[in-house]
Design a protein around this ligand. Sequence first.
Ligand SMILES: C[S@@+](CC[C@H](N)C(=O)[O-])C[C@H]1O[C@@H](n2cnc3c(N)ncnc32)[C@H](O)[C@@H]1O
Length: 214
Amino acid sequence: MEKDEYGCNKHKTLEDLLIFYKEGASDYDRDVKDYRGYVGHETSAEVFVSILKQHNFPESSKILDVGAGTGLVGEELHKRKFTNIDGFDPSQALLNEAENKGIYSRLFVDVLGPNHQVKVADNTYDAAICVGVFTLNHVKAEGAMDEMARVVRPGGLICFTIREDVMFELEYGYEEKMQELCRNQVWKLVSSTKEQYHSKNDFKKCFLFIYEVL
Ligand SMILES: C[S@@+](CC[C@H](N)C(=O)[O-])C[C@H]1O[C@@H](n2cnc3c(N)ncnc32)[C@H](O)[C@@H]1O
């Protein structure tokens, strides 16, 4: 499969992406940390937990890790005492790695995307976190941000990253969708910051947003 200069494949479809992740699942944690200096999971968890605490969310809050992958975000939430975490991801291979960590209450295969509801009832979670998923050749806004807002209860918080190189790319629709959900009073902005994402490649920063569901 064709790779870019950072070893990422130039996947264009979900099928390509799943092959890419299946091939690298067992080395994923080492590769992203050592090769790319990935720290997005740590910075996101740090900011999110501090805002959960400011908003008086108990450590028992039920949190959904969207695009959980191998569970790097779950591990960081666990370290910070938030341990009631479910997760989903389209890659069973990555979820197998997450399962081995023994930190998620429930893991399941599912996917964000247009015209698709994930297998979760409305208002199920107190909070959701989605790190590294709104990024190049991964997930666009349409049907994804709306879906996170559907499964989190009113008053709950949603945290997600958007990698800096795609933040304003119109074809991904991030800004427009975030504004639409504000206009339609689906959610309101709580926090918007720029955070460290990688330390060893060109995409060093991500935008980190936290919204409250209305
Ligand atoms: C860069 S990894 C990040 C994984 C994890 N959140 C982390 O921080 O280590 C991107 C993840 O997005 C998942 N993904 C790709 N397409 C997706 C989709 N349509 N819906 C949900 N997750 C998706 C991938 O399977 C992969 O686990």
